[in-house]
Write a protein that binds this ligand. Structure first.
Ligand code: NDP
Length: 310
């Protein structure tokens, strides 16, 4: 069976950064790109908060640049999805597309997380045209306009507060008569003059042909429907880390985020490292993912050197 020093799983900012570092350290990394090559940034338009791009850059272009940089130093990038792993002994075995098996002395997992969506056709159609799952990424584009946000957890509260500083008004839709967010965050939201909370409220439809022009909401107690004109529609109803395939081996929190040691990307299995959104439920930024990708490659290099593999 084919055997490699390090296999990187996932091709977002974390995976590519790990690849750049691993390739430059002569570890001859092999990357499997996964189901969504390029990750969540492939669905974004302008990225303005990644240092080094003073004019901003389109998400897909940025990921192409990451890929080119990883390839320049010799990363072997392959299509394929990891459908099964055996982390019970080294070398680890990974099954690709339920078919081929490869082995690796170390593994860097960077499979990311996926934003949860409401599941409306209009939400999908207008994604990237006013519909977003990341206020920190896209809020700036709606400066001085009215926006809406769905959700009632800490993320929704934090994002509503973030948007309230940029936008003239934030309409916040909460499906129950209470919020799940921590009390302190709820209080901040409720005390902010330009955030209006709509209780027992669900989204019926996002309105607009080519870009978001408004939202139709429905009160789930009375059935009353209301249309509100907004330019931005933010969905903040949680994320799901792409960790199912590792669940038999890796320690995870209740939601499925992979646990790593403090100040490290080391998982509970020596030689298996996790980076990016797969292990970060808090920051979830391209730049923080890239940072942990770098950490994972450096830790994998140290691990392989200690085992006298490289
Ligand atoms: P959560 O799972 O905590 O909250 C999701 C929210 O979305 C809930 O209020 C839920 O409503 C709502 N929701 C889910 N599905 C729908 C739907 N279809 N329609 C309308 N609303 C829906 O996710 P978060 O991302 O907010 O937080 C994840 C974790 O990260 C939490 O543990 C949180 O505390 C933590 N976190 C911490 C932060 C910090 O400490 N600064 C910042 C951000 C997150 P309902 O309540 O009715 O189920």
């Amino acid at each position: 069976m084919e055997k490699h020093n390090v296999i990187i799983v996932g091709s977002g900012p974390a995976g590519y950064t790990a690849a750049i570092y691993a390739a430059r350290a002569n570890m001859k990394p092999v990357m499997y790109m996964g189901l969504e090559p390029g990750g969540q940034l492939m669905q974004t338009t302008d990225v303005e908060n990644y240092p080094g791009y003073p004019e901003g850059i389109m998400g897909p272009q940025m990921m192409n640049d990451f890929k080119a940089q990883a390839e320049r130093f010799g990363t072997e990038i392959r299509y394929g999805m990891i459908t099964k792993v055996d982390f019970s002994k080294r070398p680890f075995t990974l099954t690709i597309d339920e078919d081929k098996q490869v082995q690796a002395e170390s593994v860097i997992l960077a499979t990311g997380a996926s934003a949860k969506w409401l599941g409306l056709e209009s939400e999908k159609r207008l994604n990237g045209r006013g519909v977003s799952a990341c206020a920190v990424c896209d809020g700036f584009f709606y400066k001085n306009t009215e926006v809406a946000i769905v959700g009632a957890g800490d993320t929704a509260a934090e994002e509503a507060l973030y948007l309230s500083k940029l936008c003239t008004k934030v309409h916040m839709f909460v499906r129950r008569d209470e919020m799940r967010a921590s009390k302190i965050m709820q209080n901040r939201v409720l005390k902010t003059a330009n955030i209006e909370v709509y209780w027992n409220t669900e989204t019926d439809e996002v309105l607009g042909k080519d870009e978001v022009e408004g939202v139709r909401i429905v009160n789930n107690k009375t059935g009353e429907k209301t249309e509100i004109p907004v330019k931005g529609f933010f969905v903040a109803i949680g994320h799901k880390p792409n960790s199912d395939v590792f669940k038999d081996y890796l320690e995870m929190d209740d939601v499925g985020y992979v646990k790593t040691k403090a100040d490290s990307t080391q998982t509970n299995i020596e030689g298996v490292f996790a980076c990016g959104d797969l292990q970060d439920s808090v920051f979830r930024q391209a730049v923080t993912a890239a940072g942990t990708g770098c950490m994972a490659a450096l830790e994998a290099e140290r691990f392989l050197a200690e085992k006298e593999i490289i």
